[in-house]
Design a binder for this molecule. Structure first.
Ligand code: EPZ
Length: 422
């Protein structure tokens, strides 16, 4: 495999301390930026993290003809002059969330052509629920040569749609598609993630009529057009959770600001079970690691269950816990790529289908390891911070997709991470 151009050298064994501000949510920003395509005017989105995935989405919007300007973490999108309704394969392959332009473009223009998206290789990640929902709203869908073409002659119509699984992306795409449809759409068995609620708040600020986000049923009353608005994105609960596990795995005491503790409840409950001390104040959370965390069992579930996006990071912690933990991944069929790399660092993990049996060891040692996807990369960085001696972490472009200069953030807390280009 072609080695990547950038690596981290991480010296383990350092205690972290101090306070760190959590950035805006990647997984709220991406659907919201796609949703700006619904408006034939200028929309401002504040507190957007500066990540590779956000840059990819900005490239998609510009490619379509939107005027995209940035002012620090604030992004201004003027969707009044969209010239294209097709997105190139190269752009689509960079990130799965590019598929979120499907609903907005079809709803506003009645046509969209995209190739199948790329993204983290953590599973097959089909789009059948997105397409089934659009068909129920009257779209004609053609899938040929790796492209999806969706058209609707007389505009989308409201429908009642029941999702087979509470897919985050399908919920978001269909919410956006329904905003300009004729009549009312009811989505059932919807994802309840906080990012879906933030999308509803954003769309309603543009004049959409949506209710129910955060529950398993969302109602969207179609309107004629959406108007310019401004929105500030919620904090990133996965970035926050990654910091919390960093404190636990390095036996450190750190405080996170700009967090919504409510969104972190599933993780907080599990970390407390391991013995980690967590104090929740107004808008900050303090985490104090213990000498040896206790083993716990984890089963990833749709929100408000334990988040799949925290499974690799939690596994890194449990590799040094006292006792044996059982981790079951129920959302994605291929999200254990970090296991082989953690074993190189001395972890004792056995895989049986979608279950990992993690026997705690006293400590990990440094090694040459490679990130395979975003959260696996984050987990390896956490393991390296806790391990004795040094670690080389390769393919860190995966990490840059979802964490803003992770080395800067963690070094400000006392970690020792150096980014090297080879
Ligand atoms: C979103 O991905 C997140 N990405 C993922 O975060 C997160 O892991 C995932 O939701 C689950 O919480 C963004 O929000 C940009 P899904 P998404 O559709 O929407 C199946 C990260 O690390 N499914 O909820 O792609 C699918 O195969 C990323 O930040 C269908 O079967 O996830 C999976 O098994 C990784 N048919 C399950 O649903 C469909 O049409 C959940 O997928 C769609 C999904």
């Amino acid at each position: 495999m072609q080695r990547s151009t950038q690596k981290f050298l991480i010296v383990g064994g350092n205690c972290l301390k101090g306070m760190v501000k959590v950035n805006g949510s990647k997984n709220a920003s991406l659907p919201i930026l796609a949703g700006t395509l619904l408006c034939a005017g200028t929309v401002k989105v504040n507190n957007v993290p500066q990540l590779q995935d956000i840059k990819n989405m900005k490239d998609v919007l510009s490619y379509l003809g939107a005027q995209v300007t940035c002012d620090g973490k604030d992004i201004i999108v003027d969707g009044s002059k969209i010239q294209s309704l097709e997105i190139s394969e190269d752009l689509m392959r960079r990130m799965r969330a590019s598929n979120l332009v499907l609903g907005p473009l079809l709803s506003r223009f009645g046509f969209v052509k995209i190739s199948y998206p790329g993204g983290c290789n953590i599973g097959s990640r089909p789009m059948n629920l997105h397409l089934k929902g659009l068909k129920a709203m009257g779209a004609e869908i053609k899938e040929k040569f790796g492209y999806i073409t969706a058209t609707t002659e007389s505009g989308l119509k409201g429908a009642e749609i029941h999702l087979d699984v509470p897919s985050v992306g399908a919920t978001e795409n269909l919410m956006m598609a329904a905003t300009l449809a004729k009549g009312t759409t009811v989505l059932r068995n919807t994802a309840k993630e906080p990012e879906v609620e933030d999308l509803q708040k954003f769309l309603n600020s543009m004049g959409a009529k949506i209710s129910g986000a955060g529950t398993d049923s969302i109602t969207i009353e179609g309107v004629d057009e959406l108007k310019p608005a401004e929105h500030t994105v919620i904090p990133d609960r996965i970035e926050a959770g990654t910091y919390m596990i960093a404190a636990a795995v390095t036996k450190s005491d750190i405080t996170l600001s700009n967090v919504i503790a409510e969104h972190l409840k599933p993780l907080i409950a599990k970390l407390k079970e391991t013995g980690v001390e967590i104090t929740i104040n107004d808008d900050n959370v303090r985490v104090s690691g213990v000498e040896r965390p206790k083993a716990v069992d984890i089963k990833t579930m749709p929100y408000p269950g334990f988040p799949t996006d925290m499974q690799p990071q939690m596994m890194a912690l449990l590799t040094i816990a006292e006792g044996t933990s059982v981790i079951t991944e129920t959302i994605f069929e291929n999200r254990f790529k970090h296991v082989a790399e953690l074993r190189r660092m001395g972890a004792d993990i056995q895989l049986e289908g979608n279950t990992a049996i993690v026997r705690g060891v006293p400590s990990l040692t440094g090694a040459y390891v490679e990130a395979s996807d975003l959260r696996a990369g984050a987990a390896l960085a956490l393991a390296a911070m806790a391990a004795e001696d040094g670690t080389v972490l390769d393919s860190i472009e995966h990490i840059d997709r979802g964490y803003e200069r992770i080395e800067k953030q963690y070094n400000s807390l006392g970690a020792r991470i150096i980014r090297v280009s080879s």
